[in-house]
Each structure stands twice: as C-alpha cells, then as structure tokens.
Design a protein around this ligand. Sequence first.
Ligand code: B12
Length: 205
Amino acid sequence: MSKELANLLADLDEDGVLSAVKERLGNGDDPLKLVEECRAGMAVVGERYERGEYFLSDLVMSAEVFKSAIEIIEPRLKGGMAASSKGTVVMGTAHGDIHDIGKNIVTAMLRCSGFLVHDLGVDVPPQAFVDKVKETGAKVVGVSVLLTTSFNSLKQTVEALRAAGETKVLIGGGPVSGIVVSHVGADGWGKDAMEAVNLCKKYAR
Ligand code: B12
C-alpha cells in the first residue's frame, strides 16, 4: 500500500494520486504518512530527472501534482492539532533557491502545532532573516534548502544570524545531512516536518 502512492506520484499520475489520497484519508490513514509517501515519490522524480529520463517540465508537473495532493491532505493535518502558542519561528528558503514545497509543509505543520510562523518565502537573502528575527524576537529560524549551490548562501545566513544574536538555526531539505549542518554551522536539521516540529518545541521557548 505505502509504495503505491509514491509510485503514482513518481509516474506523474495525477488522477491516481488524488484518488489514492482521498481513498486513504477516507479509510482513516494518518495524513502525515501520506505527505511522506508523496515526498518519497518526489525523490524518485528527482532521480529520474538526474538520469535524463525526466525533463524540467516533468519537475514542474510533479510539483503541481504534489500541491494538489497537499490541498486535500492539509485540512486533515489541521484538524488533529492544538492551537496554543508555542513560540515564534521565522521560515524561508535559502538565497538562490526557489523550491518551496517542503518549506510550506513544515510551515503548515508548525502552525498546526501552535507556533506563530513568519514565512519569508523563497530566495531569501541573509539580511532578510536577520531583519525578521529583530522585528519578531523569534528564537528559531528554519531554512529550507534543496540546491547544493545554495549551501554557501545558507552558511552566510547562519553567520549573519550568529552575528546578530542568539537565534537557533534549523535547516532541512532534500540534500541536508549532519555534514551540511557542520559545514554551515547550523544548530540542527530535520529530515521531515515532524522532526521540524519536535526541534522547534525544543528551541522556540
Ligand atoms: C519539484 C522540484 C522542482 C520544482 C519546485 C517547485 C516548488 N514550488 O518548490 C521546480 C520545477 C520549480 C524545480 C526547479 C529547479 N530544480 Co528542482 N526539484 C524538484 C524535486 C523533484 C522535488 C522537490 C520537492 O518538492 N520535494 C518534496 C518536499 C516535500 O520534500 P523536501 O523539500 O525535502 O521537504 C521535506 C524535508 O526535507 C523537510 N524539510 C524541508 N525544509 C525544511 C526546513 C527545516 C528547518 C526542517 C527542519 C525540515 C525541512 O520537511 C519536508 C516535508 O517532509 C527535487 C528532487 C528531490 N530529490 O528533492 C528536484 C531538485 C531539488 N531540483 C533540482 C534542480 C537542479 C532544479 C533546477 C536548478 C532545474 C533547472 N535546470 O532549472 C531548478 C532550480 C531553480 C532555483 N533557483 O531554485 C535538483 C537539485 C540538485 C542539486 N545538486 O542541487 C533536484 C535534487 C533534482 C535532481 N535530482 O537533479 N524543481
């Protein structure tokens, strides 16, 4: 069952993805599990793109299919979550990078979990993160990065935030690992939205 949804997304079968999502939500499946299965499908899309089997138009199509699936899943995520105030988080995608699907999921999950999130969008310059932290007093900044070419701008963002104060910097996105955390000097990383929520619970007080 779990492979099916990922495969449907990897094959860009929009109708198949949407009916599988509706059916499984109807059966009471965990909405977060569906998000992660869709993400696994996107990873396969990326591999096919790397091998030259898919083109940029296929990446665009995969993003559309993913977004349509999330539109159906997201209200269910909200339904199960508390709405108390857990702290303030600034989110954004690293400078030079316009991928935002993962960031949007993390943002949605944080909001559902009771955090106040200021989402700066994509291609965010280091100073914009610093300015927002000063304005809001956020204790945590979450930066999403999908392009390895944006690791340097991410490092600059961490350095700028360090110079400005005590904010914790969490990172995430497809290519992120412990090695990237050390390279850019961040405080931690999460492999999915649930880990992002748990890290923010630890740091956003
Ligand atoms: C969809 C997609 C696109 C879409 C993006 C649409 C959008 N609105 O985001 C479009 C078509 C626009 C696109 C463009 C490009 N893309 Co693209 N894209 C992808 C693809 C297939 C999926 C990404 C995705 O959305 N995954 C699903 C989400 C849910 O997963 P996620 O982002 O990892 O997020 C999860 C976790 O990582 C975590 N998380 C995310 N952020 C954060 C933050 C914090 C703080 C924490 C704790 C956790 C966390 O939680 C999320 C939910 O579980 C990937 C393949 C891949 N393997 O990722 C390539 C990929 C990222 N793209 C790639 C490339 C090369 C490009 C382009 C340069 C292509 C081109 N020639 O123009 C451009 C980039 C332009 C730019 N300046 O940014 C490469 C990058 C390679 C590299 N070494 O850097 C990849 C890896 C494909 C590949 N294998 O070659 N792309």
